[in-house]
Design a binder for this molecule. Structure first.
Ligand code: BGC
Length: 470
């Protein structure tokens, strides 16, 4: 029998209880905030620019300040998640989001607007990883992938909602109202989380075992949870905490995987594709006036629908196959997209245009089945409990940092390499990320978090981690 079987003390099948479903749905509202703020700025900026007569430099500060905030939030979040716990950190995040949104809504110039956006960014940076962490620590392992991926599903829903909001309010140019809509999910998250349980794993980590026992009994719908508590306790051995603990040998592989996938998720170009969609659809001959709306909505809908599919199959098919198929598909779509640009050179419509448009939809669909959800899922699973906050924070900082760099450099890249050259560069980076994912991504489906932790603590290679036989 292979070494990956047999020692899982939580081998018992836990039921999916109503409290876990509600906690997933409420906390994943954090994903809506994430997605909503990714999208809403693209609609609002047009009116801000008119009203405040922004220069190009000021416009880019207005747009990118949220990313700077997210990096800061991701840094602080690591400490907060371990110190105050996952639940309280998400509550603090929602308060920051609400306050930030109020500041933005009443602002009458960049000096007030930018700090508000930074605060919103901090909330999002924090929630972007603490929500997946919280869900993964509550979820029964057999459907952990689906439940954690609800966060990504809500990110894509948030992007779609922002498009609808942008369309609705652009008739009147009411940018304050566009941002103010974010208050609704903000308040739902704040009030809802107050009633949700603490993460049982964090409670054990803090030595609050009695409380942990009660939570586990509630979330699993059974009295028999002592085995699980013992198992969680057994894995917490390391005395060093914080950044120093990241140097421990058993954190090395998870950290390389987490940070690597974080960077690859961004430098394969997803946010530039979301941003560039309108232009590409214009090339495809979709007509200029409605092209922008059709393009952004089309990409958003594909992103959302395929993420639904990912949620449905991630625990059956597994993380590795989805990631590898997703990246391979992205590479092929990018090659075709680049070729479409190279061939169409200025002419619109026709077969080339259609192929270009389809490859764009294919690209976002492959992102949505792989790198989109699987990155956030894996980083919520692979880090040992005593470093989970700090390590997830490091991976998340890498993700938002790479997002920031790509956002700043994309237009320069296009100037330098042309559109086809830029997409082919993303394709080449995609090939590197495929090799990286192939060599290092573990299969975590069906395994308890303690089992995954034990594997790395024994010095196991990520590829040797395999799911239990059914
Ligand atoms: C990424 C975001 C991206 C979003 C698109 C997320 O997983 O981290 O950068 O905008 O997916 O759906």
């Amino acid at each position: 029998m292979s070494e990956h079987r047999g020692t899982d003390a939580t081998e018992v099948h836990h039921r999916l209880t109503i409290i876990v479903i509600i906690a997933t749905l409420i906390s994943a509202v954090g994903g809506i905030l994430f997605g909503f703020d990714t999208g809403v700025i693209s609609g609002a900026i047009l009116f801000l620019q008119q009203e405040w007569h922004l220069t190009t430099g000021e416009e880019s500060i207005a747009t990118s300040s949220v990313l700077i905030g997210a990096i800061v939030g991701a840094i602080l979040g690591g400490y907060m998640a371990d110190r105050f716990g996952r639940k309280i950190s998400v509550i603090i995040g929602s308060v920051m989001f609400i306050v930030g949104t109020l500041i933005v809504v009443v602002s009458d110039g960049l000096t007030v607007f930018v700090p508000g956006r930074i605060l919103i960014g901090m909330a999002i940076g924090l929630a972007s990883f603490i929500v997946p962490m919280y869900i993964s620590e509550l979820a029964p392992r057999r459907i952990r992938g689906a439940l954690v991926s609800f966060n990504q599903l809500f990110v894509t829903a948030g992007i779609l909602i922002s498009y609808a909001v942008n369309n609705y309010f652009s008739a009147t140019g009411d940018w304050q109202a566009m941002f103010a809509v974010g208050l609704i999910p903000g308040v739902i998250l704040l009030v809802g989380m107050a009633f949700m349980p603490f993460s049982p794993r964090w409670l054990v980590y803090k030595g609050r075992n009695d409380q942990a026992k009660k939570v586990l009994q509630r979330v699993h719908g059974t009295q028999d949870v002592q085995g699980e508590i013992n198992q969680i306790e057994k894995e917490i051995k390391v005395e060093t905490k914080g950044l120093k603990a990241l140097l421990a040998n058993f954190v090395r592989y998870p950290l390389i995987i987490g940070v690597g996938l974080a960077i690859f998720q961004q430098i394969t170009g997803v946010n530039t594709i979301i941003y560039y969609a309108p232009t590409i659809f214009q090339y495809a001959g979709f007509g200029s006036a409605s092209a922008s709306i059709a393009a952004t909505t089309g990409v958003g809908v594909a992103n959302f629908l395929v993420t639904v599919l990912a949620v449905l199959i991630v625990d059956r098919v597994g993380r590795r196959p989805l990631l590898l198929i997703g990246i391979a598909g992205m590479v092929i779509s990018l090659v075709v997209l680049g070729a479409g640009f190279a061939l169409s050179s200025g002419t619109t419509g026709g077969t080339v245009g259609t192929v270009t448009a389809l490859s764009l939809i294919a690209y976002i669909s492959f992102f949505a089945i792989g790198l989109g959800p699987v990155f956030w899922l894996l980083i919520s699973e692979i880090f040992p409990l005593e470093v989970r906050g700090t390590a997830m924070s490091v991976a998340t900082v890498a993700n938002w940092g790479a997002n920031f760099i790509i956002t700043l450099t994309f237009l320069h890249l296009v100037e330098l390499l042309g559109q086809s050259g830029t997409f082919w560069l993303f394709a080449a980076i995609g090939v590197v990320s495929f090799i990286f994912a192939w060599r290092l991504t573990p299969e975590t489906k069906g395994l308890s978090l303690e089992r995954i932790e034990e594997h790395f603590k024994k010095g196991g290679h990520p590829r040797d981690l395999r799911p239990p036989r059914p």
